[in-house]
Ligand binder design. Structure first.
Ligand SMILES: NC(=O)c1ccc[n+]([C@@H]2O[C@H](COP(=O)([O-])OP(=O)(O)OC[C@H]3O[C@@H](n4cnc5c(N)ncnc54)[C@H](OP(=O)(O)O)[C@@H]3O)[C@@H](O)[C@H]2O)c1
Length: 332
């Protein structure tokens, strides 16, 4: 079968197309014939070897939609032939076939398009965790979303807005800010286009700041995100696209010590979706909730690009170029 492998950390050119034997279903596993493979920012970080270390060689990837073609001993034989998504496990996904523990597989209802499912599984369930499980966003909440048109950021904007929150979207370009408004953000602006992004947030919140800031930028955006909080607000970190955050004095959360504008009793937390979606039941419930939001028109899959699996390196280069408005899929 065709697969894409990384045997040395580096740029997109380290994604090398290879031929590998077809995997067999070991005990507790199923084999999925992948149709659409989701490209996630974390795939770029695994390829680069930072900030999340992974062993090599690696066939990257953490999510795909396809059809089960074999069930091993101990796996539900009824899964054979079922359309499924699999996600939340690392490795073996940038390939025509993936052998995966059955607990990471969620069957899809008839009529769910595989490309749409692949486009919302990882990012949609992460946004669901962020807005419904880790904290419950609702009417009256003022929510800032950084990188608001990324696959995950855009899903957070849509789900928070659908829950009734006032969403302020922040992006790296004016075009992205405009796109974020179309996702339901009440206010949106590009960091580079306003003299002071913190002042911009304070301006639209009457000087109060945000109840929750969602930030996966890490080093690039941490300080401004912290400064955007209202007293008793929460900064939710869920990624580090721009690199790890510098060492931080927790006393700054008090609002009493350190620089800053005085908002205090702040909460800083890190949310990894996998810690909230720890079982097959959790994952199935999250996928059902997300696909329910898609069916209700509250969450759009926003497929921004499709590449053949053999052109995965091009897909990575495009995603790193920061011009993508949504999800990139690989067709296996
Ligand atoms: N905690 C979890 O469970 C979890 C789950 C899924 C994803 N994540 C994290 O969420 C983040 C987004 O992932 P994604 O798959 O949604 O990716 P994505 O669609 O590629 O979105 C990435 C966005 O990040 C922003 N960005 C910030 N620094 C960047 C940089 N140095 N290079 C390129 N883009 C940069 C860009 O928005 P602007 O140009 O507008 O800044 C871009 O649109 C990643 O950090 C990922 O690890 C975390």
């Amino acid at each position: 079968m065709l697969a894409v492998e990384v045997s040395r950390h580096g740029g997109p050119e380290e994604l090398v197309v290879v031929e590998r034997p077809e995997p067999a279903a070991a005990v507790g596993q199923v084999v999925v014939r992948n149709r659409w493979i989701g490209v996630n920012y974390v795939d770029l970080q695994h390829r680069a070897g930072q900030p999340y270390p992974v062993g090599l060689p690696l066939i990257p990837g953490t999510e795909a939609a396809g059809t089960v073609v074999a069930a091993g001993a101990g796996a539900d034989p009824g899964l054979a032939g079922a359309p499924v998504v699999h996600f939340g496990h690392l490795g073996g996904v940038y390939a025509e076939l993936t052998a995966v523990p059955a607990e990471f597989v969620v069957p899809l209802a008839a009529g769910v398009a595989l490309d749409a499912a692949a486009a919302v599984t990882m990012n949609g369930t992460t946004a669901y965790v962020l807005t419904s499980l880790a904290s419950r966003i609702g009417p009256g909440d003022v929510v800032v979303v950084q990188a608001a048109t990324g696959a995950t950021g855009g899903a957070v904007v849509q789900l928070a807005a659908a829950a009734g929150a006032e969403v302020i979207a922040i992006t790296s370009s004016a075009g992205k800010a405009q796109a974020a408004a179309g996702l339901g953000a009440r206010h949106s602006f590009a960091r580079a286009e306003v003299p002071d992004p913190v002042a911009a947030v304070l301006s639209v919140t009457g000087g109060r700041g945000a109840d929750v800031v969602y930030d996966a930028g890490g080093r690039d955006t941490f300080e401004m995100s912290l400064d955007m909080l209202a007293t008793r607000g929460t900064l939710v970190l869920y990624g580090q696209s721009g690199g790890p955050v510098d060492p931080f004095d927790p006393g700054r959360l008090s609002g009493i010590t350190g620089a800053g504008r005085g908002a205090g009793s702040l909460t800083l937390r890190w949310v990894a979706a996998g810690h909230y979606l720890a079982s097959q039941q959790d994952r199935a419930a999250a996928v059902a909730a997300v696909l329910g939001q898609v069916a209700a028109g509250r969450l759009s899959p926003r497929i921004a690009g499709r590449f053949p699996l053999s052109r995965a390196s091009e897909a990575h280069a495009v995603l790193a170029g920061r011009k993508v408005l949504g999800k990139i899929l690989l067709q296996a």
